[in-house]
Write a protein that binds this ligand. Structure first.
Ligand code: SF4
Length: 278
């Protein structure tokens, strides 16, 4: 897929110190140790070992998105069906508990954008029921890029989980197009409009520098205004932790993330985290 950013070249790896990434080949992955959510169990509703997303973020820990999301009917054929999801959760959740590996949190994320799953609202109910049966009290986080939040049923399903977390990497359209590279019709203004119609959610932003930079003073100023305009429950900021697909990206230092979080009006809402949960 053509992108505004060059692809990484084999043999020249400026990211040797970064963690590698892999695509889960099943419905569950982990639990993995994370900084903020303790031992975190990932849930992947998307096709095994295949990325499906409505964005093509330059920093994505799943690599480049191979193309636009397939139509729902095609996706339905490639994703695990609901009975398989239910059976897997009912089998594996008790196993984890009995093995003393019950997670501290469950994160609905996986191989791309989870709300593209054709039966997403039903899958959320399956996950909530399995959690209540086998791992009661364990909080569920949804990580979404927000592109499907214009659909009332997706919005309602997102709000069913404990921590609905929406990506907002930029407050201006140019930065959004350079960092997130939407593959579907989408704009910052559209997302903010949807979020203003919803109860508050958690916002999450990845800041990067280098060939793409959404951490300039102007970009941060626009991002702060956008974030505050939707009265978020909380704002989380982070930077590269795994090898990004784009060449020429640089990590924003912890000090600079702290400075972004210290913008007066955001201070109470923002947490700095080093990486995504899963
Ligand atoms: S929205 Fe998430 S999964 Fe999709 S490209 Fe961006 S970081 Fe990757």
């Amino acid at each position: 897929m053509a992108t505004a950013v060059e692809r990484r070249q084999p043999g020249r790896d400026p990211y040797a110190r970064f963690k590698p990434w892999t695509l889960p080949d099943g419905i569950l992955y982990g639990p993995f140790a994370t900084r903020r959510k303790g031992m975190s169990l990932g849930v992947n509703l998307l096709p095994p070992s295949e990325k499906v997303c409505s964005f093509n973020c330059v920093y994505c820990q799943c690599g480049w998105t191979p193309g636009k999301p397939p139509p729902a009917e095609e996706l339905r054929r490639r994703c695990p069906d609901l009975p398989t999801v239910r059976e897997t959760l009912d089998r594996e959740f008790p196993r984890l508990r009995q093995a003393g590996r019950a997670p501290d949190s469950i994160v609905l994320s996986g191989n791309g954008e989870p709300t593209l799953y054709p039966d997403f609202p039903e899958a959320v109910e399956v996950l909530l029921a399995a959690r209540d049966r086998h791992l009661p009290g364990i909080p569920i986080t949804l990580l979404t890029d927000g592109t499907e939040l214009g659909r009332p049923e997706i919005r309602a399903a997102a709000l069913r989980v404990d921590h609905p977390t929406v990506k907002l990497d930029a407050g201006d359209e140019q930065s959004l197009r350079r960092v997130d590279i939407p593959l579907v019709p989408f704009s910052v203004g559209t997302l903010l409009g949807w979020l203003r119609e919803m109860p508050p959610v958690v916002l999450q932003a990845c800041f990067v520098r280098g060939v793409v930079d959404n951490a300039t003073p102007a970009a941060v100023e626009a991002w702060v205004a956008a974030a505050l305009s939707v009265r978020p429950r909380r704002v989380e900021v982070y930077s590269l932790d795994r090898v990004p697909p784009a060449r020429g990206l640089e990590k924003v230092s912890a000090e600079d993330l702290e400075r972004i979080a210290e913008v007066d009006s955001l201070r109470r809402a923002t947490r700095v985290q080093k990486c995504r949960e899963t």
